[in-house]
Design a protein around this ligand. Structure first.
Ligand SMILES: C[S@@+](CC[C@H](N)C(=O)[O-])C[C@H]1O[C@@H](n2cnc3c(N)ncnc32)[C@H](O)[C@@H]1O
Length: 306
């Protein structure tokens, strides 16, 4: 039974897609993908059988119903069934296509050929069961912010490369490792990546190998900021953290142990209405919010130490 998964299928109005993704993520689902079916969307999502009982799935269905009612939209049709791991792995992968993010990055699913003649930095990715395919608005906002941080106002490309040579970042909640690998491709020298989920740690290690990243440049460990404080030999230059708002708020006091006076931060996983609470918590601990970038109902805070 250990390799049995729930496949949750939700037929919904396009306007509900984002809130459904958010609910599924909070519910612990992995590998969520959606497909257009006529005028509606079919969202498929997967989670290990042991993580949810039938009652939990019924509760999920109720939340989705309430969300639709609040938005005055038709109630989505929710179905679930048990499938084995092999079916799961092949089912959502069919719907995941290469994706350009920002001006410089292309996410290429590991099982698809790499496009010829692309001038973009290519991240090969097989997220396995970890979060981080590049499809989610928050991952995109973080990658675009990294691009801005690591490519800002170069006098020339070579001088920028030199400027980034020494940048060391911490990636808190690394998931598939997408943000660390992106930062290294954009020119950072080293990334320290942590995640509380051992499956995410495994996925980051596998993606590190797949992208030919030197293990000394991307150091991965299970845990959170407390683990980073022991892992980093000296304060880092940048932090990227795409988790949920309440987790960022609770971690805000801990970041101080691993930062320099000049450290920058990229924080996402934040719903727009939660941005003030997160900004207040970060400002209380020495960060200054420079910009807030929005996509759909999500946002990303770009911050600096004061
Ligand atoms: C939304 S995913 C982000 C994955 C990837 N960084 C991205 O941007 O696509 C959040 C990740 O944070 C991890 N996580 C949750 N709470 C955490 C904590 N307190 N410390 C470290 N990681 C945590 C989860 O296991 C999950 O892999």
């Amino acid at each position: 039974m250990a390799n049995t998964w729930w496949e949750v299928q939700i037929q919904c109005e396009p306007a509900l897609e984002e809130s459904i993704f958010w609910r599924l993520e909070n519910f612990g689902c992995r590998g969520t993908a959606s497909e257009k079916k006529g005028s509606s969307f079919l969202v498929r999502s997967y989670l290990p059988q042991f993580q949810a009982h039938l009652l939990d799935l019924a509760a999920l269905s109720l939340w989705l119903r309430q969300d639709a009612l609040c938005m005055e939209l038709p109630i989505p049709v929710v179905r679930w069934e048990l499938i084995d791991e092999q079916d799961w792995a092949s089912s959502w992968k069919q719907y995941w296509q290469p994706q350009e993010i920002g001006d410089r990055i292309l996410i290429n699913p590991a099982w698809l050929p790499v496009p010829e003649n692309s001038e973009r930095l290519i991240i090969l990715l097989d997220p396995g069961v970890a979060f981080g395919t590049g499809n989610h608005a928050t991952t995109q906002l973080c990658l675009e912010s990294l691009e801005m941080r690591l490519s800002s106002v170069p006098e020339s490309f070579t001088s920028q490369e030199r400027a980034n040579e020494d940048v060391v970042i911490a990636d808190v909640g690394c998931g598939s490792g997408i943000l660390s690998i992106g930062a290294l491709l954009l020119g950072a020298k080293k990334a320290y990546a942590v995640d509380t989920d051992p499956l995410a740690v495994r996925s980051t290690i596998e993606n590190r190998a797949m992208n030919g990243v030197n293990p000394e440049s991307l150091i991965v460990a299970e845990g959170s900021v407390d683990v980073l404080t022991k892992l980093v030999p000296q304060p880092v230059d940048g932090i990227v953290c795409n988790i949920l708002a309440d987790v960022i708020i609770s971690l805000a006091p801990e970041f101080s142990a691993i930062v320099k006076p000049s450290t920058w931060g990229i924080f996402s996983g934040i719903l727009l209405e939660q941005s003030k609470a997160v900004a207040d918590a970060l400002e209380k601990h020495g960060w200054v919010v420079a910009t807030l970038w929005k996509r759909k109902e999500w946002c990303c805070l770009n911050v600096r130490r004061s």
